[in-house]
Design a protein around this ligand. Structure first.
Ligand SMILES: Cc1cc2nc3c(=O)[nH]c(=O)nc-3n(C[C@H](O)[C@H](O)[C@H](O)COP(=O)(O)OP(=O)(O)OC[C@H]3O[C@@H](n4cnc5c(N)ncnc54)[C@H](O)[C@@H]3O)c2cc1C
Length: 304
């Protein structure tokens, strides 16, 4: 295959064709990537973006896949995964500089050991920092955008830009990066002095609360729908009687109504159908059409 051959000669990171993306998502569903690239650094990333643009090849970026519904047919073109190969963490005075592929859990551990406080609220979000910044992930009344000082991004032409906090356009579970289709390469997070013991205690508290309230024993993508203004999607889903609804191995969690869990062999199509059923039920009861928080990648059929 021409793309594969070309990229193998140009990049030093991983390049492979026809790679199942199932293992690259926390929902454990989805078909293959036509070509999967794991860049070894910013140079590789710029090259692959430029290569795709010059040839009009679709390019999709994924982080830790914890907010993705990838279709059963997979994703055509090039899928760029930012993960362990770009995950350096450097602690400075009052900040932590991290590459986009670093996982939040690893950043929290490094921050704890260095006595850098202020990121504890992120405990339990199974994200890469790039994905977390793109989505402005958050919990407990705070979002990662509250801690982002600046970021380095690559644009659609493969050019590198430096963005200030304000230029990143953070909103509720979103950022300007989606509209601009910019890729986060590294992020500078602000932190403040705090004892390792206090950080550990707070992180453990958050993790314990998640274990109590979320169905962490099953694959999922966290909250499926965005909270409508002044409401929670979970409450509306529960009111609509949708808890426990099941299609194939996809089930609206009985523990947390805004989670759809994969009981074992769920298909992406089944999760999509279940999402639609939940949207319809909630709309019939409340007049509110829930908007997905998860990102749908690949071709998803219109569902009935
Ligand atoms: C058990 C569980 C609990 C969760 N709890 C929370 C929670 O409390 N709060 C919360 O906000 N979310 C939560 N989530 C959802 C998810 O973790 C977040 O949305 C997270 O930000 C996704 O990060 P990711 O690296 O997995 O990104 P992915 O899922 O891989 O991608 C998500 C989006 O970000 C884009 N993206 C990824 N990397 C980059 C990059 N480097 N540059 C630009 N764009 C990029 C992708 O194109 C996609 O549009 C939870 C998920 C699970 C499974």
């Amino acid at each position: 295959m021409a793309i594969l051959r070309d990229l193998l000669t140009r990049l030093s990171g991983r390049v492979e064709s026809n790679v199942s993306l199932r293992e690259y998502t926390t929902w454990r569903v989805g078909g293959p990537a036509e070509v999967l690239v794991e860049p070894a650094g910013i140079g590789d990333l710029c090259l692959v973006v430029e290569y795709a643009r010059e040839r009009d090849i679709p390019l999709t970026v994924i982080g830790n896949g914890s907010n993705l519904l990838i279709s059963d047919e997979g994703i055509g073109g090039i899928v760029v995964k930012l993960g362990p190969r770009m995950s350096r963490i450097v602690i400075g005075e009052g900040f932590i500089q991290v590459e986009a592929g670093a996982r939040l859990a690893g950043i929290l551990t490094a921050a704890r050991d260095a006595g850098c406080g202020g990121l504890e609220f992120l405990a339990g979000i199974p994200a890469s920092v790039g994905g977390a910044v793109a989505m402005n992930a958050g919990a407990n009344g705070l979002s990662i955008g509250d801690r982002v000082l600046e970021a380095t991004v690559v644009d659609l032409n493969g050019k590198v830009h430096f963005k200030t906090h304000d230029e990143l356009g953070f909103g509720y579970r979103t950022s300007a990066l989606h509209d601009e289709a910019a890729i986060v390469v590294s992020v500078k997070l602000g932190c403040f002095p705090k004892s390792a013991a206090a950080i550990r205690a707070e992180v453990e508290q958050h993790l314990a609360r998640r274990k109590q309230t979320q169905p962490l024993e099953y694959p999922s993508a966290g909250s499926v729908f965005r909270n409508p203004p002044g409401e929670t999607a979970g409450r509306l889903i529960e009111l609509a009687g949708a808890k426990g609804l099941r299609i194939g191995d996809a089930e609206v969690s009985r523990k947390h109504a805004n989670f759809i869990v994969n009981l074992g062999a769920a298909k992406s199509r089944e999760i999509r159908q279940l999402m639609f059923q939940v949207q319809r039920l909630v709309s019939e009861q409340t007049g509110i059409w829930l908007e997905p928080e998860v990102k749908l990648l690949g071709r998803h059929e219109a569902t009935e």
